[in-house]
Design a protein around this ligand. Structure first.
Ligand SMILES: C[S@@+](CC[C@H](N)C(=O)[O-])C[C@H]1O[C@@H](n2cnc3c(N)ncnc32)[C@H](O)[C@@H]1O
Length: 222
């Protein structure tokens, strides 16, 4: 298994941090869905600067936030303090979650779970299964094999699904696992898969158009 490596949040400041402070579109749908289902305990897995931690804590969820980056946890903690919110923050690796079996109702894991290799992915999925309550749900995103990163042959291939990202930035040196539809079905076969979407995002940078593909997966523990 490759060694886990946190994001380098120290170089993400000012305007570059803004997108990580604005909650994602899907988080509002999940907030509404999980409130309707009567879910109470929420885990923001790989919370980063805490944009979803704050959203769920403000809505009354018993909120836990977990990340491998000390810098991210300190900044998210500060954010929660400023908002007057009570959140349980912990630093650590998603390969071993510091939570009891059957103790969490819902987990949000946006752009996090792919930061490992195939063996690590299987371990993380077993941890999700362990900590979720029966009927507990997890929404997660996975890099797609159709995205540009998987096609960068100069980035070291760790196993048939995983490359180490080598361009400068907060993800330098971090493993990236890429999936396709059959692989997702296999990985999550012990869960009920509620929904799988394959989403293409576009952005402009210095006059050039870029795109990337991710799978968004909603799973429920049987
Ligand atoms: C792209 S950021 C996303 C942050 C947050 N989920 C959001 O949507 O704003 C990925 C986060 O995953 C964390 N991370 C990467 N590998 C991890 C691991 N093995 N265990 C826990 N967190 C990890 C990084 O430190 C980083 O904060």
């Amino acid at each position: 298994m490759v060694k886990s490596k946190e994001w380098n949040w120290e170089i993400v400041n000012g305007d570059n941090a803004n997108i990580w402070l604005e909650a994602s579109v899907e988080s509002y749908y999940l907030l509404s869905r999980w409130k309707k289902q009567g879910k109470k305990t929420f885990l923001d897995l790989g919370c980063g600067l805490g944009r979803h931690t704050i959203l769920f804590a403000k809505e009354g969820f018993n909120t836990k936030a977990y990340d491998l980056s000390k810098n991210a946890i300190e900044r998210a903690k500060e954010y929660a303090k400023k908002e007057g919110l009570d959140v349980e923050f912990k630093i650590g690796d998603m390969l071993n979650l510091p939570y009891k079996d059957n103790s969490i109702d819902c987990i949000l894991c946006i752009n996090v779970i792919s930061h490992t290799d195939t063996e690590g992915m299987k371990k993380i999925i077993s941890e999700l299964k362990r900590v979720l309550n029966k009927d507990g749900e997890c929404y997660l995103t996975l890099g797609s094999k159709e995205t540009w990163g998987f096609k960068r042959e100069e980035w070291p291939l760790v196993d048939k699904n995983t490359r180490i990202r080598m361009d400068d930035g907060p993800e330098k040196g971090i493993p990236h696992f890429y999936a396709d539809y059959p692989l997702i079905q296999e990985l999550f076969k012990e869960f009920k898969i509620e929904k799988i979407s394959h989403i293409e995002d576009f952005w402009e940078e210095k006059g050039k158009t870029y795109n990337s593909y991710h799978y968004h997966v909603l799973i429920r523990k049987n």
